[in-house]
Design a protein around this ligand. Structure first.
Ligand code: ATP
Length: 274
């Protein structure tokens, strides 16, 4: 009999130690997730099940990584989507996609023999922005369907679903989303401070050949305001510079050049959109 091989990606391999800095956010998230892990226990106490977690913070700070690590930590299948995928010309399509999303989450969990599923919705503000009158009927239906699905989630089901949403516009969200029993856990994912920047740099240079003159602390100082995504891109650029120069190791000057490159890149992007 042929054994069914389950897709390896069903449960992400990203763990919390692969996320640099964000100590407070990681701790808060882990504490919230313990409610999911011990859901039968909390049910005995009549505690409301955890249904939604909102991650908010600037782009590239690791919100997607956090959601993946949450799935890894709880041994849940991970279903990812973005708010923009629900915006359609035809009324009702967005709502239908939400229904399918929850259906898919339960199906994937069963298929992979897991008791829980995490649905990650990036850019939740696209569907959950403050209601703006009748011309946004489609958005409203999508949002209403999401709320209906979340209200219908109970611990009685075999598969427990948790929705993790991300936004960099928390102020824009409809208050209906933030009510108890919906996205009632809010975790802020901020830009990294110097220490966090250093640990992110360490994580992303771990598999790269660094010369002895490299001072990651100095790079940490010079990258004030950088996001995790920018730091990752910096280490990659530095490796490219080293390779182009024919050096077998990445030196401090390659890293410094890469800082300029990442900063310039950001500037060019901004100018291009102006
Ligand atoms: P966006 O809001 O733009 O979707 P995000 O907050 O979801 O961004 P991620 O997609 O998680 O950010 O991060 C992008 C990439 O940046 C990651 O794949 C990783 O390489 C790197 N990164 C970001 N933050 C961290 C971090 N704290 N530690 C390690 N790597 C990070």
């Amino acid at each position: 009999k042929k054994k069914i091989l389950h897709s390896k990606e069903a449960v992400p391999t990203v763990s919390f130690d692969q996320i640099g800095g964000q100590e407070r956010a990681k701790k808060e998230l882990r504490e919230a997730l313990d409610f999911l892990i011990h859901r039968h226990h909390i049910r005995q106490y009549g505690i409301r099940p955890l249904k939604g977690i909102l991650l908010s913070g600037p782009p590239g700070t690791g919100k997607t990584l956090m959601a993946k690590a949450a799935a890894h930590y709880t041994d849940s299948v991970f279903i990812t989507t973005s708010g923009s995928e629900f915006i359609e010309m035809y009324v009702g399509v967005g709502a239908q996609r939400i229904r399918e999303l929850f259906h898919k989450a339960r199906k994937e969990a069963k298929k992979n023999n897991k008791n829980s599923a995490i649905i990650f919705i990036d850019e939740i503000d696209v569907i959950g922005g403050q209601r703006a009158g009748s011309q946004h009927r489609e958005y409203d239906q999508t949002l209403n369907q999401l709320l209906t699905e979340m209200d219908g989630m109970t611990t009685d089901r075999k598969v427990q679903v948790l929705v993790v949403a991300a936004t960099n516009r928390k102020d824009m969200l409809d208050s209906a989303l933030l009510r108890p029993g919906r996205f009632d856990r809010h975790i802020t994912v901020d830009l990294p401070d110097k220490k966090a920047r250093m640990s992110i740099l360490k994580l992303h240079t771990h598999n790269k050949p660094l010369a002895d003159d490299v001072d990651l602390e100095q790079i940490g100082v010079e990258t004030f305001g950088f996001s995790g995504a920018q730091l990752e891109s910096l280490t990659n650029e530095a490796a490219i510079y080293a390779m182009r120069n024919g050096s077998d190791k990445i030196g401090q000057r390659h890293l410094s050049e890469a800082i300029d490159k990442v900063m310039m890149g950001e500037k060019t992007d901004r100018e291009a959109t102006q």
